[in-house]
Design a binder for this molecule. Structure first.
Ligand SMILES: Nc1ncnc2c1ncn2[C@@H]1O[C@H](COP(=O)(O)OP(=O)(O)OP(=O)(O)O)[C@@H](O)[C@H]1O
Ligand code: SF4
Length: 282
């Protein structure tokens, strides 16, 4: 094992489960699924410790979704201190390239080696401390970043698993199949598949209408012999919550309370149950 790999392994020794959130296509809701997964794992027990790492280097959205995009990480002698979305309770740690940019609107234009270096530094230098779950929000597709991640995580392979997100449209499903092949090629256990934006929840009456086709995700899961974790409709309350900007930390950590009022929270609670069952089996 190289020195770099062993630095990652040492750092992540105190993390019980590492869950990679993957999607074949961009914009299908991978970051919003990662955010909801982290929130649901956080509230699964009163002591659960959760980290979320955003390695979508060119399109980091985790700081905004957690309402902490006005915060910055600081470098200590022993590595980066993550941003705690829940303030002093310090059970919900976030790390993203978004915290390192001088201006929110700055774009990250890096070639492969620099991206690889950043991913390694995220894995080896963030002071997560003890975590029950580390959720990793990956870029869309199966690119260099995914290969870098798998390479750096070799020493903690037994802790790894993945969740695949798709939408019901045929083009997204075709890309999701590529994701499944990737997980097989790198021997990454898949906890299951989520179909996002499956139908539309009426904000007035809560009725779910199928705007696009639906059921493609469960069909794909059946064909690929994967667990189908559930469907999430388009939820306008969720968009205004996750795209809505800072919502406060600590005593003012209102994100969770507001999230719990959305119809997505109930559906995602069931999805999280399936994910936790899968983790118990790995
Ligand atoms: N179920 C949903 N209902 C309503 N809006 C949603 C839902 N899922 C995601 N969105 C919204 O769709 C947009 C794209 O979602 P998100 O950023 O999570 O996708 P992504 O797959 O991570 O995209 P990319 O990887 O290309 O950055 C966001 O504005 C998000 O709030
Ligand atoms: S019942 Fe139909 S039209 Fe009326 S608010 Fe609900 S979805 Fe909209």
């Amino acid at each position: 094992m190289s020195n770099q790999e062993s630095a990652v392994t040492r750092r992540l020794q105190s993390v019980k489960h590492i869950i990679l959130v993957l999607s074949g296509k961009g914009g299908v809701g991978k970051s919003s699924v990662s955010t909801q997964l982290a929130l649901n794992l956080y509230k699964s027990t009163p002591t659960a410790k959760v980290g979320i790492l955003d390695v979508d280097l060119t399109g980091p959205s985790i700081p905004r979704m957690f309402g902490v995009d006005d915060k910055g990480v600081h470098q200590s002698t022993n590595g980066w201190v993550p941003v705690y979305a829940d303030g002093p309770t310090a059970r919900l740690a976030c790390m993203s390239v978004g915290f390192l940019l001088k201006n929110k609107g700055d774009s990250v234009v890096w070639r492969g080696p620099k991206k690889n270096g950043m991913i390694r530094q995220f894995l080896s230098d963030v002071r997560w401390g003890e975590l029950d779950y580390l959720v990793i929000d990956t870029p869309p597709g199966t690119s260099d970043e995914h290969l870098s991640l798998m390479e750096h995580l070799t020493g903690v392979h037994s802790k790894l698993s993945a969740v695949i997100v798709t939408t019901p449209q045929a083009v997204a499903l075709m890309d999701a199949i590529k994701c499944v092949s990737f997980t097989r090629a790198v021997n990454l256990p898949v906890l299951g598949l989520i179909e996002n934006m499956s139908g539309y929840v009426c904000p007035c009456c809560g009725e779910i209408s199928n705007v696009f086709s639906t059921g493609g995700g469960s069909e794909l899961a059946r064909k690929e012999e994967l667990r189908f974790l559930g469907s999430l409709p388009v939820d306008t309350e969720l968009v205004s919550l996750l795209d809505g900007g800072p919502s406060g930390q600590g005593a003012d950590f209102t994100l969770l309370a507001r999230y719990e009022k959305t119809s997505s929270a109930t559906l995602f609670g069931e999805i999280t149950g399936g994910i936790m069952q899968g983790l118990d089996r790995t």
